[in-house]
Design a protein around this ligand. Structure first.
Ligand code: F6R
Length: 634
């Protein structure tokens, strides 16, 4: 969690840092802070006068280099207001937006944190697991702490080493003592021409501009400035000056790294006229699915081409079992994948919460493929699961949206979603792109295991139609809003679905919980009568996903059971189904498609429903309380 941004160059740092923080706010938004190196005052008499053409406005009143820090509890806009009117003129600075792990959200716990002498300031994303023992030791040495955070120990450790080493070697020495994870951006008044950044387990990218560098937790904060990016890897430390970027490993050995050209545009990361990112991302789904399948489906051969799996193609043919590890929405996508892969590729699939998998003793071997599904590619539990799988000799694969992310880098092979940046905290377009990739994977693995050309072609043809079918559902946004208005006062919802749409019941319930803060339970519709039905009365409506598929009749019986107990029903049904209208109170229609692909359609009304209930309640749907977009802590 948390977002870090840093700037070093010729421009005023503050506007760049604030703009970057706003882009990173989805990573955490309970408090924010900024530290900028301010040059000495430049006046007529001063011997410190800087060269003409490289002149910087003055700020430090005492004629010395200073570090100006401003912190604020709350969103970045609160920090921005606090800074307004302050003349912070420096061209080197770091900033942070926080999602609290150690210490409650408040100004004193906000980053950047500093040492006793207020020379060293740093912004940190991650957790220092051994902070307490380090802190006790530092306190014995006379250090005074001013926050409750784990992060602050890093500043004091560097201060301690800085008594005998230069800045870089002090940072390296301090990092060696840390257990846990970090993405770090550090400045030091004693060497005010530098930012040092370091990465272990928390993402960091360095954007290369013209005589400037922008570092950030992800490149949505960088793309406005440059498309040339170096993705840092674990164990790397970069020493940035305006002119140079030196990258070393923990042994201070130089590492040569190439910049990558990032294709995402600035516009893609903006709201484009929609009220919220979530709504924009719901509407983007025809395009994001097209992007996910583009160039990958060879319809006339009933085949798919997945470049990221080329090197493991032979190995995949021998795989006997797949274990999908993921969390939240990505877990729900994995469940749909299980139904697809077992039915069409004839391969056993287990789906596990990554947070459980990492603490079990999973039975894996070289004939098991463990697939991590992750939008961010940074989810700590999923990453740990993949590492565990690799240790056990399994083949590790990723279905990841964020290019250059840790899970993408650490898995042996994989497929990118290409859904573009997902900024709304509630996952929407990433989910449908995950389902699309799973459908392609089903064709890929199925054709390796005897799936006929005809079946492969049928799935491929239907998959190609999905973007247009979704575009049709999107036209119903206003009607779904009307339905949401009818139900906005309810405090509890049951979501039911069966077979391919059981995971969609889970996903629909998750969406409304996180966006609208109402209680919702997702269930397999056949399970309802084994206990959950006791909840049903006129105040407990059910969202029933019941397209015309192989379990349609069973679902209709389930609906009758709910009606018999005075429960209200919103049904998601296949267009033309008049029968269902007689039972349900409200019906949202989706077009017809292949049964295995219905989740790609049935989830869209549920995303809209959650969104509209949320905004009708006046909630901030893009940044729901207590959540963060990328969960990089356990
Ligand atoms: C819900 C949501 C979360 C994520 C989960 C995994 O809308 O977004 O449940 O799906 O935190 O995140 P990733 O996919 O980034 O690993």
């Amino acid at each position: 969690m948390c977002g870090i941004i840093g700037y070093i160059g010729k421009q005023k740092a503050v506007p760049i840092l604030i703009e970057g923080l706003k882009r990173l706010e989805y990573r955490g938004y309970d408090s924010a802070g900024i530290s900028v190196i301010s040059p000495p005052r430049v006046d007529e008499q001063s011997s410190l006068r800087v060269e003409a053409g490289n002149q910087q406005p003055a700020i430090s009143k005492n004629g010395k280099i200073d570090i100006i820090t401003v912190k604020a509890t709350g969103k970045v806009s609160v920090l921005e207001e606090k800074i307004n009117g302050k003349d912070i003129a420096g061209t080197i600075g770091i900033a942070h937006t926080r999602w609290a792990t150690h210490g409650k959200p408040c100004d004193k716990n906000s980053h950047p944190h500093c040492d006793c002498q207020k020379n060293i300031f740093l912004a940190h994303n991650g957790i220092v697991e051994n902070y307490q023992e380090l802190k006790d030791d530092l306190i014995k040495k006379g250090h005074k702490f001013s926050s409750e955070t784990d992060t602050e120990v890093i500043a004091h450790l560097i201060e301690e080493f800085n008594k005998k080493f230069d800045f870089k070697n002090s940072v390296l020495a301090a990092l060696k003592l840390l257990r846990g994870t970090y993405g770090l951006a550090i400045i030091n008044k004693k060497e005010p021409d530098k930012i040092i950044v370091a990465r272990l387990g928390s993402p960091l990218a360095i954007g290369i501009g013209n005589g400037e560098y922008i570092i950030a937790s992800d490149f949505s904060a960088i793309i406005r400035h440059t498309d040339q990016v170096i993705f840092m890897e674990d164990g790397e430390v970069a020493i940035l000056t305006k002119e140079n970027c030196e990258i070393v490993n923990m042994k201070n050995k130089s590492i040569a790294k190439e910049a990558t050209k990032v294709e995402w545009s600035v516009e893609k990361a903006e709201k484009q006229g929609f009220d919220h990112f979530m709504l924009k991302e719901i509407f983007e789904q025809p395009d994001s699915i097209l992007d996910a399948v583009r160039g990958r489906i060879i319809e006339k051969e009933g085949m798919v081409k997945l470049g990221g799996l080329r090197d493991v193609k032979e190995k995949l043919a021998d795989i006997e079992k797949i274990v999908i590890v993921s969390c939240g929405t990505s877990y729900n996508a994995g469940l749909v994948g299980k139904y697809m892969l077992e039915e069409y590729a004839g391969i056993t699939v287990e789906v596990e919460y990554a947070s459980e998998f990492r603490y079990r003793k999973p039975l894996l071997n070289k004939n098991t493929a463990v697939i991590a599904i992750s939008q961010s590619g940074e989810t700590a539990d999923t990453l740990a699961a993949i590492r565990e799988a690799e240790n056990k000799g399994a083949l590790t694969l990723g279905i990841v949206n964020t290019v250059g992310s840790t899970i993408a880098n650490e898995t042996m092979a994989g497929v990118y979603n290409h859904a573009g940046p997902e900024i709304g905290v509630a996952s929407t377009k990433a989910f449908t792109s995950q389902l699309s990739i799973l459908a392609l994977l089903t064709i890929f693995l199925g054709r390796q295991r005897g799936m006929s050309f005809v079946t492969g072609k049928r799935i491929a043809t239907e998959m190609n139609k999905i973007p247009k079918l979704i575009a049709n559902i999107l036209k119903q946004a206003k009607d779904i809003k009307k339905i949401a208005k009818k139900y906005v006062q309810y405090q509890d919802f049951l979501y039911l679905g069966r077979k391919y749409n059981f995971p969609i019941a889970l996903e629909g319930a998750l969406k409304i919980k996180e966006i609208s803060y109402v209680h919702a339970e997702g269930f397999a519709s056949g399970e309802m009568k084994h206990g959950t039905i006791a909840l049903i009365d006129k105040n407990f409506p059910t969202v029933f996903i019941a397209p015309r598929d192989s379990v349609y009749e069973k679902n209709i019986s389930g609906m009758q059971e709910i009606k018999a107990r005075s429960g209200k029903i919103i049904a998601i049904a296949t267009v033309g189904d008049k029968e269902i209208k007689k039972i349900a109170d409200d019906v949202i229609y989706i077009p017809k498609t292949l049964e295995m692909l219905t989740p790609l359609l049935s989830v869209i009304p549920l995303q809209f429903f959650a969104y509209y209930v949320g905004i009708l309640k006046g909630l901030d749907v893009d940044k729901p309380r207590n959540l963060a977009k990328s969960v990089t802590v356990e």
